[in-house]
Design a protein around this ligand. Structure first.
Ligand SMILES: [Zn+2]
Length: 464
């Protein structure tokens, strides 16, 4: 009676209704996590997963004991577009604005309509209006674009002092975790931070700056601002890792009001801007450990928790050479590079100052990046770049720009199957993973602004 097309259409509709029906029947979550891997495309996740598994194999773990990334165990999968209002390739400011407000804006802008000047209702305002508590955690300074988008309004993301003062003046944030405030110039950062710190204290924030005070924090404390250094994981352990921030924020904020918590793995983007695969995999793992902490909480109350993991954009145009990526021992190649590409700057400065020749410098470069065997072509290329010198810079700079350090970080990455295409963000859609109450809403094709709106829908429906 029905044509084939109509039958297919009915089947699809029923399937969609089935999913939606199941979602509506579920309870509405009281605790909502939004994890943002800055710059994290699906290839970044896969690279980290292959590294993580191979590292366990290399340590001699039995096959049945080998674990994968926690985020890949989340059952709901989707893909989100990330475009800004004025560009198909977004920056973190425009994308985080979309998550926070549900609206698109131009690159560089935080929560303001670029045409009309209208200020958007940001996520922390919305959440507080609905009687819930707010946590903002990032491995970047809280006045950096992504965390800032959840509470601040500025025309330009580089207005760091203004953003810092908006945080200090805000009564919306119950837990802030991350490094101290930054500024355009490192020399200005100290003053910007000191001013915001003083204003925050006056506004009733409890400021926590050491491990002891952090451990002593107990539920009931209000406006907590935990400040601790968070260098790239490859360069040194964090005094308070991202996962511990998440654990502490859960402990402090969980209660009858419920909470919204944004957690950003910021340095995934910085490792990608510098095409540093060895640094990248460690950052994705750090981010994944933070997700695992939220999953532990979810397991104790699955009907009350929603966890959404996604990214603000892709960075580095990353593609994978699956043969090399899956070759036993690939983790050893990445671990051979002991520090981030950025920290190699010190070594190259010494070469430049001492006018060291390529042949004298080569053993040190090999030792730093952990590669002993260069092919004749590779060595010739390395010699040429070393002697020519110069920089290669993307649109945003997040560290060393030397062509020679880029040659090495790309070489280490490529040997492990991690192939960098560029130094900038791309328009590639980002992965979405979700688990918990209402997680089905985040499956399938989506967009960063839609994800922000779905979270708002859930909060409004719960508080009706
Ligand atoms: Zn970036």
């Amino acid at each position: 009676m029905f044509t084939r097309k109509v039958r297919v259409l009915i089947t699809v509709c029923l399937a969609v209704l089935g999913i939606t029906g199941a979602a509506c029947a579920e309870t509405l979550p009281k605790y909502i996590f939004l994890f943002i891997g800055d710059g994290m495309g699906s290839t970044h996740v896969r690279a980290a997963e292959c590294y993580f598994k191979d590292a366990q194999i290399q340590r001699g773990l039995a096959a049945e004991k080998i674990a994968g990334l926690t985020l890949l165990t989340l059952p709901m999968r989707g893909r989100a577009t990330t475009f800004a209002k004025d560009s198909v390739v977004t920056d973190s400011a425009a994308s985080a604005t979309a998550f926070s407000s549900g609206y698109k804006t131009d690159n560089g802008v935080l929560n303001i309509d670029p045409k009309t000047g209208r200020k958007f209702d940001v996520m922390s305002q919305f959440v507080k209006r609905h009687g819930m508590r707010v946590g903002i955690i990032s491995s970047a300074a809280p006045n950096h674009a992504t965390p800032a988008a959840f509470y601040a309004h500025v025309e330009d993301r580089d207005m760091y002092p203004e953003i810092a003062m908006q945080l200090a003046a805000s009564g919306l944030l119950d837990y802030v975790g991350g490094p101290t405030m930054l500024d355009v110039a490192d020399t200005a950062a100290k003053a910007t931070d000191a001013k915001a710190r003083e204003a925050a204290l006056k506004n009733g924030y409890t400021i926590v700056e050491d491990r002891q005070c952090f451990d002593a924090l107990k539920p009931g404390a209000q406006r907590i601002w935990v400040r601790s250094d968070m260098p790239m994981v490859i360069d040194g352990k964090h005094e308070i890792p991202l996962a511990e921030h998440v654990g502490k924020a859960i402990e402090l904020l969980a209660g009858p009001e419920g909470f919204f918590m944004m957690v950003e793995g910021a340095a995934i983007d910085w490792a990608s801007h510098t095409n540093d695969g060895a640094a990248l995999v460690q950052e994705v793992l750090e981010f994944d450990r933070a997700i695992a902490r939220a999953i532990e909480f979810y397991r104790t109350r699955p009907d009350e928790v929603l966890i959404v993991v996604t990214a603000d954009h892709e960075c580095g145009g990353l593609s994978l050479d699956e043969g090399r990526l899956n070759a036993p021992g690939m983790s050893k190649i990445l671990e051979g590079q002991k520090k981030s590409r950025n920290t190699s700057a010190e070594m190259f400065e010494k070469f430049e100052k001492g006018k060291i020749s390529f042949d004298a410098a080569l053993p040190q470069m090999k030792a730093f990046f952990g590669i002993q065997n260069l092919s004749d072509e590779e060595q010739a290329e390395c010699r040429k770049i070393f002697n020519e010198g110069g920089n290669e810079q993307g649109e945003h700079s997040y560290g060393d720009e030397r062509r020679i350090s880029l040659f090495w970080s790309r070489l280490v990455s490529a040997r492990a199957g991690i192939i960098w295409g560029c130094l900038d963000h791309t328009a590639a859609p980002v992965p979405v993973y979700a688990v918990g109450a209402q997680a089905a809403r985040f499956a399938g094709g989506s967009d960063n602004a839609l994800i922000g709106r779905y979270i708002r829908d859930i909060i409004s429906e719960r508080k009706k």
